[in-house]
Design a protein around this ligand. Structure first.
Ligand code: ZN
Length: 474
């Protein structure tokens, strides 16, 4: 099957030469890109299917480097709308402990659908809370990803250090280290595909320094390296985490990971807000990746990662929407705009990111974080993951002097026009083919209500009400 995408208003392959090709075309053969070119399309070129890209910007599919899909069911919960990370987590564990395969699958369909509609073709997910008897939750996410056709890097998350062992989460949402490692091995055996253009790859992801033990971090790294898997966790997200690490481990979070063999080109870390200049240099020297999640960091009041410095140091930096209880959307283009604007307040324009920087992070940077050299750009031999954005919309009127930058400066909420993943068209005319959106929303709302009712029964708090402020109600 050969597909020709032709007459693009602008083709931005995001290749090393950073070409911009007005009128450009892309030839796709099955699941891979065969050729990319300037107009005119060669006469001899034959195709089974033609997609007219007139008026559209064509670019590689975006890559999302951090998410917690089940959090779709606990979006903007009134009880934690004004809570910083530790209190937000503490309250939401009580809702998430009611997750089951139905809840996770419906949440994944919603979140992955939103990602596709905003141009994302490859995403990770970090699922780390497995209520007793609910071990097959990642399998439910993989089913949803396969149906929707998105390229998926689920991570086997974990929590093993409950309150009784000095951690933050309640003991009953933690698992034994043996169970975590056994299920990690099972997922790799059943789902991990190391081949080029793979649609599913597993990574390993203990949750955070305040919810796992050093022993689990070390053993997880050993297991990952035994199977050439990537490693992921949350790091240096808040000052509370820094204080916790100093108290429990006697060092800063980055130093903890360094001691445990957790820095390197096979590791990418979410947030990294609170880094010293020396730590930024260490990330560059070790090529440790960072998932930059500015919306979530603002939402929870965590701060802002030193992204300009990380890029200058040579560290891989990708963009992450993060979980939908702290963003509360899976909109990649909105996240790109947030990253564009986030670094501007203050007196130092040398720290600003450009639209070009942000698009690079959302494509090439993200691919590097996830260890993929076959996605993130439109070049012969790479996976056929591409996005067409129709610029004949009011949002883009008058922006023709730099229509590519307009995708970041003036994004519309959703959808993009066409999305292809591995040669399959998964968004067409701004719609997800075969998905009944109102029915899906109803299913998600029912699952959400089950979680919030469960939390209310367990804690005695009404999660649908905001705590009155200043009365020690947290
Ligand atoms: Zn996260």
């Amino acid at each position: 099957m050969r597909t020709l995408i032709h007459d693009a208003r602008l083709l931005a392959p995001m290749d090393d030469a950073r070409r911009r090709i007005p009128g450009g075309w892309v030839l796709v053969e099955d699941d891979r890109i065969e050729a990319v070119g300037s107009p005119p399309v060669p006469d001899a070129l034959e195709a089974d299917r033609r997609i007219d890209a007139s008026g559209k910007v064509v670019l590689p599919g975006l890559v999302n480097t951090h998410h917690h899909l089940p959090q779709v069911l606990t979006r903007n919960v009134p009880r934690v709308q004004e809570a910083p990370l530790f209190r937000w987590l503490d309250e939401l564990y009580a809702a998430w402990r009611w997750l089951d395969a139905e809840a996770v699958e419906v949440a994944a369909r919603v979140g992955l659908g939103e990602l596709l509609l905003t141009g994302c073709t490859t995403t990770t997910d970090h699922l780390y809370l497995f209520p007793l008897g609910q071990e097959r939750l990642i399998d439910a996410e993989i089913r949803a990803a396969r149906d929707l056709g998105i390229r998926f890097h689920p991570t086997r998350g974990s929590m093993s250090r409950g309150k009784s062992r000095g951690g933050l989460p309640p003991d009953d949402v933690c698992e034994s280290e043996e169970a975590i490692l056994a299920d990690s091995r099972r997922l790799v055996r059943e789902h991990h595909d190391p081949r080029p253009r793979a649609m599913v790859r597993i990574a390993l992801a203990p949750c955070a320094p305040f919810s796992v033990s050093e022993n689990l971090l070390r053993r997880t790294a050993d297991l990952a390296r035994e199977h050439a898997l990537r490693l992921h966790t949350h790091l240096a997200e808040t000052q509370d985490e820094e204080a916790y690490c100093r108290e429990v481990y006697g060092c800063r979070p980055v130093e903890l990971l360094r001691r445990l063999g957790w820095l390197g080109p096979d590791v990418w870390l979410a947030h990294c807000v609170h880094l010293s200049a020396e730590e930024v240099a260490l990330f560059g020297a070790t090529e440790t990746g960072v998932a930059h999640c500015p919306s979530s960091n603002f939402r929870l009041g965590s701060g802002l990662a030193p992204v300009r410095a990380l890029l200058d140091a040579g560290a891989p930096v990708g963009l992450g929407v993060d979980g939908s209880a702290s963003n509360d959307t899976s909109n990649m283009l909105a996240e790109a705009r947030q990253a564009l604007l986030a670094h501007r307040p203050g007196k130092d324009p040398s720290r600003w990111l450009s639209a070009e920087d942000v698009l690079w992070m959302a494509t090439r940077g993200g691919a590097r974080c996830l260890g993929r050299d076959d996605v993130g750009s439109l070049e012969p031999g790479k996976a056929a993951d591409l996005v067409l954005v129709d610029t004949r919309r009011l949002s883009y009127a008058g922006a023709g002097s730099d229509i590519l930058a307009a995708l970041v400066f003036s994004p519309f909420p959703e959808p993009v026009d066409t999305v292809m993943v591995n040669g399959r068209v998964v968004v067409e005319g701004g719609l997800l083919p075969g998905v009944d959106v109102p029915a899906l929303v109803e299913r998600a709302d029912r699952a959400s209500a089950r979680l919030l009712d469960g939390a209310a029964r367990a804690t005695g708090f009404d999660y649908r009400r905001r705590p009155s402020r200043g009365r020690g109600n947290g």
